[in-house]
Design a protein around this ligand. Sequence first.
Ligand SMILES: Cc1cc2nc3c(=O)[nH]c(=O)nc-3n(C[C@H](O)[C@H](O)[C@H](O)COP(=O)(O)O)c2cc1C
Length: 198
Amino acid sequence: MNEHIQQAEAVFRSLNREVWVVTSAHEDRRGGLLATWVSQASLNPDKPVLLVGLAPNHNTTDLVNASGYFAAHLLNPTQQQLAWNFSRDSGRRRDKLQGLACNPQITAAPILENCHSYLLGKVYAKVETGERSYFWADVMKAVQCSNEPPLCEQDFIKWCDDDQKQVLRADKTSDIALQRPQQMAYRQALPDWFKGTH
Ligand SMILES: Cc1cc2nc3c(=O)[nH]c(=O)nc-3n(C[C@H](O)[C@H](O)[C@H](O)COP(=O)(O)O)c2cc1C
């Protein structure tokens, strides 16, 4: 492997981003996934905006596309099992929300009870880049239940045993293989005005 690729991987591995459970629902379907690609996307405190980057092959992405809503939850530091539940496989195979307490008053997206905090987003823009669908959303509701730092990626991965780590690695490897052609096609099809100056 080229040195700059190894170094880039080392730089990314030194990060310890918070993990989010992103949920969505449409008609009789509901689901969610674990995500690190969630970010505040507006400096204006009067108009909070959330940006999420979801892989186009994920079940949750289908649900956000269909409904135009999602909820992004931060987890308490002891909620590794919940993180595992939402990251281990596809919601096309099982209902990941089965048995979990959800707020019955909010129907736009499943709101998990007992989390660190959540933001409910209403999508107003989307960009597809082959390997990711980026959704910009106005924050319609926000609740913070804890002032403690939330669960972060490295603490979740440390909690996973070897078999769980293997499942997550396999999921990532298959996502990369699946998305590679779409990502290349997207880059090749970019119009000149979008490519920058080089
Ligand atoms: C630490 C971690 C971070 C992840 N971040 C994202 C992310 O930002 N976006 C995404 O689409 N998938 C992300 N994933 C992968 C999904 O959580 C995983 O593939 C999930 O099972 C997809 O579920 P779904 O098909 O039911 O939507 C992440 C996984 C882990 C372990």
